[in-house]
Each structure stands twice: as C-alpha cells, then as structure tokens.
Design a protein around this ligand. Structure first.
Ligand SMILES: Nc1nc2c(c(=O)[nH]1)N[C@H]1C(S)=C(S)[C@@H](COP(=O)(O)O)O[C@H]1N2
Ligand SMILES: [Mo]
Length: 251
C-alpha cells in the first residue's frame, strides 16, 4: 500500500463510522420522542377528572372496606387494664345532679324525644372493650369499659333517618359540657354508650350513669354524664373545639 491508498482507506473508514453514529443518533432521537409522547399521554390520562374520580372512588372503597369497619383499635386482655383509672375533667359534673331521676333524652327530631332509663339501655346487647385510652394532654391508660354499641342502640330505637345525618351532639344534663361527633365515628363498632368500668357501674366522677367511650377519638370526646343526644347536619357545639382544639380530634 502506498501512502495515498492508506489515506483513502482511513478516510473511508472514518466516513462509515460517522454514518453509523448518525444512524444511531437518529434512532435514539426517534425512541426519545416516542417515549416522551407516551409519558405525556399517560400524564394527561392521570390528570383527567375522570381518572381522579377513579382514584378517589378507589380510596373511598379502601377506607370504607378496610378502615371504618375493619380498622379496629388494638384491644387488650382485661388483666392489662389499670385498676386506678385517672379522673380527668369535671365540667358539667356539678353536685346539683340527682342520678335517681336521671333519664337519657334521645331527641329523634324536634318535638319527638324519648326518655330512657338506665335499665332500658342495659337491656340492649352488652359490649366490652379494653383499649389504650388517650387524653389529648399526652397521657394514656389501658382501661376496661362496658356498655352498648351506639350502632346497636341506633338500631333498637329506629334511628335510621337520624343516622343518615352528618353529626351527633351529646350534652350533660346541666348543658355545661357538650361534644359533637361525625356519624361514622359514633357508628364505629368500638364506640359505646358506656355504663360500666372494670366490670362495675361507672363511678360518679367517671360519668355515672352513662358516658361515651370510643377508640377513634381522643378522650375529650368521651363525654361523662350524658343528658341529651341529638342529631344534626350541622356541626353540634363542641366545648373543646370552642377553645381551639380540633373538631374531629381523631386518632
Ligand atoms: N362531662 C365531662 N366529660 C368529660 C370531661 C369533662 O370535663 N366533663 N373531660 C373529658 C376529657 S378531657 C377526658 S381525658 C376524659 C377523661 O375521662 P376520665 O375522667 O374517666 O378519665 O373525659 C372527657 N369527658
Ligand atoms: Mo382529655
């Protein structure tokens, strides 16, 4: 090979390499555009209201199937419950109260109030629960309670229309302490109208004759000494909400 031939061959090689590199470049460009278009399409699908609705429906199902009914708070054996249950909060618990004349006022609608005795309530199926009670102030205790599931109570007193509403309000007989709960929380299988603690009637300072007990809220919602129960589509007044706490106070 002479000098000229050598230059010619290497020029040819170089040209071939350039062509191959160019083809690869074009192919990659096409692939890039293709992938980009595909991604953009997927994003548009994801952003369309229809698919957001789908995701929401999916979440809704997830919540109603897995959380509200199946999502039960951890429970404990009775032996794990403390004997000395802390007493916290005495608003609406004044001594001007005669338990012997107490009746629960169940306001089914304005002008339709049932007056129920403790025996009426005790006649319903009893539910017991041992769980870790939590006060919003930062302490907790494993405690043991007995009463009737609010949902059983609602079934017994034909509260079908009432439980279609959004909220329940509960008030002490002197109206000084009051709470509002969203309907799913009051109908939760671990929410009870409670008349026993540690297998005995509620002590006076813990809400005798009847208090609320729920695993889905902080203790502020567990109103002691219930006088009246009513239903509403508006948020019922709530003592601690009025003082800056979260209305739902959920756990
Ligand atoms: N009537 C009434 N119920 C009440 C209160 C209250 O001050 N008055 N305090 C609440 C708070 S903040 C807590 S933590 C629990 C405490 O219940 P216990 O005293 O049985 O421990 O009751 C709740 N129910
Ligand atoms: Mo509390």
């Amino acid at each position: 090979m002479n000098y000229k031939q050598e230059i010619f061959i290497s020029e040819k090689k170089l040209r071939n390499k350039t062509i191959i590199a160019f083809i690869i470049f074009i192919l990659l460009l096409i692939a890039g555009v293709f992938i980009w278009k595909k991604l953009r399409h997927q994003q548009q699908v994801a952003q369309s209201p229809k698919s957001i609705r789908k995701v929401l429906n999916y979440n809704e199902n997830l919540f109603s199937n897995f959380l509200s009914d199946e999502h039960l708070a951890k429970t404990y054996p009775k032996s794990a419950a403390v004997k000395n249950v802390r007493v916290n909060g005495n608003i609406g618990m004044g001594s001007d109260f005669d338990p012997s004349t107490w009746k629960l006022q169940l306001v089914r609608s304005p002008g339709d109030t049932l007056f129920l005795t403790l025996d009426d309530i005790k006649a319903l199926p009893k539910t017991e629960i041992v769980f870790d009670f939590k006060c919003i102030e930062g302490w907790s205790q494993i405690t043991y309670w007995g009463g009737v599931k609010f949902s059983d109570f609602a079934a017994k007193y034909n509260l079908n229309a009432q439980t279609q509403m959004k909220y329940v309000g509960l008030v002490t007989p002197d109206k000084r302490y009051y709470v509002g709960l969203d309907m799913p929380s009051i109908l939760h299988p671990q929410t009870i109208l409670c008349y026993e603690m540690n297998g005995k009637p509620l002590p006076m300072n813990q809400g005798y004759p009847l208090r609320l007990m729920t695993t889905v809220k902080y203790g502020i919602k567990d109103i002691k000494r219930i006088g009246t129960i009513f239903f509403s589509n508006e948020r019922p007044p709530d003592y601690w909400y009025e003082r800056g706490y979260d209305y739902y106070s959920g756990l």
